[in-house]
Design a protein around this ligand. Structure first.
Ligand code: MRU
Length: 356
């Protein structure tokens, strides 16, 4: 795989098992302690893996859902066309309802739906439609990797040599088909010889920063220092950070950015201390049809807050809020790095232009 691309793809979290026609994933819920690989062609298994965050990160859940639909199509290819169509639509619905915030999931499933309708419209057999669904899912996966590499190349231009970069959550290979968005930018800067360093926030309550970003960067040999989330403001104020780069789950037409809970506080601290705050996201994360009022912020089980790695840290009955994402206002964002180029404010005008 890595020979097809200009940079090595050292870490893959999602891939297609072409022999058995299944989607496979590295169970990120168990990292960094165990590297468990799972494969399935069953939509309920895949839906559960997305809900439980074995597969997570906006682009990764979109790619996995598309591959999951293709895998299921192979599994039920012998059914008659009517039943096959009903079952594929049910699978799409099940995957659609797993997580509400990331646009990439709906974007990818809409592409799969469109392919199904195209095949049906042309009067094709289940065999032929299944081949079309597999091809579309593989295109979605390949395009994600290519977009990440392009974003990396555009974004690396914005990174000064010897910069210290703060990132939040995990917007890396483990959150995409490969290479990553925010970490893709960091990777290209590193491969180009820039002597950068990364500060990763731990990202309570699921600890994507401590468990995933640190693991991913350490594997690349990129220097990384871990901080708790509540240190971010002080570390920025102290002048230890030159710029921030994060990923996104959804970007609205006005340029509001929904991303991992805690992103907004970091953006505020960056603005106050005059350091750039960049968002790296493919166009599959940008929803020109949605405004800030349409963003659905996922609320997860409060037990994730009452516990750390499954261990209770408070009274079991205490109420806890568990918003998985927050919203950063456009005026806090210096630029949005996409595979089509770097978009600068005003976002309400300039985001549209990259889709023209
Ligand atoms: O809850 P998660 O782990 O799915 O949240 C992931 C994030 O918030 C990422 O920053 C975002 O999806 C961008 S990943 C390239």
């Amino acid at each position: 795989m890595s020979t097809e691309y200009p940079y090595p793809l050292k870490i893959r979290a999602i891939w297609w098992d072409g022999e058995d026609k299944r989607v496979c994933w590295l169970n990120t819920a168990k990292l960094p302690f165990t590297e468990e690989v799972k494969c399935s062609d069953e939509p309920p298994t895949l839906a559960k893996a997305i809900i439980n965050m074995e597969i997570r990160g906006a682009p990764a859940i979109g790619v996995a859902a598309a591959l999951g639909v293709a895998a299921y199509a192979h599994k039920i290819v012998e059914r008659d066309l009517e039943e096959y169509t009903r079952m594929i639509n049910e699978a799409i619905k099940l995957l659609w309802n797993t997580r509400p915030t990331a646009h990439n999931l709906f974007w990818a499933l809409n592409r799969m739906k469109k392919k199904l309708h195209e095949g049906l419209g042309k009067g094709y057999s289940t065999d032929k439609i299944t081949d079309m669904l597999e091809e579309e899912a593989l295109n979605i996966m390949r395009e994600d990797i290519e977009s990440n590499i392009k974003m990396g190349e555009y974004g690396a231009e914005l990174i000064p040599d010897k910069a210290t970069i703060m990132t939040h959550c995990n917007a890396g290979a483990l959150a995409t088909a490969a290479f990553g968005t925010a970490l893709g930018v960091i990777r290209v800067a590193w491969y180009r010889g820039k002597k950068i360093k990364v500060i990763a926030t731990e990202t309570r309550p699921v600890l994507q920063g401590a468990r995933l970003t640190v693991w991913e960067l350490a594997r690349e040999g990129i220097p990384v220092t871990l901080i708790t989330d509540n240190m971010a403001g002080y570390v920025i104020r102290k002048g230890l950070v030159d710029l921030v780069i994060v990923g996104a789950d959804r970007i609205t037409r006005e340029g509001y950015v929904a991303n991992k809970i805690g992103t907004y506080m970091i953006a505020l601290a960056a603005k106050r201390n005059n350091i750039p705050f960049y968002v790296a996201a493919p166009t599959s994360t940008i929803d020109l049809d949605s405004t800030v009022n349409d963003i659905i912020i996922e609320e997860r089980n409060p037990d994730e807050v009452r516990k750390v790695l499954g261990k209770p840290i408070t009274l079991p009955e205490i109420p806890a809020l568990n918003y998985a994402f927050d919203i950063t206002d456009p005026d806090l964002v210096t630029a949005i790095i996409t595979e089509k180029g770097v978009v600068k404010p005003p976002f309400d005008k300039n985001l549209k232009k990259i889709f023209e």
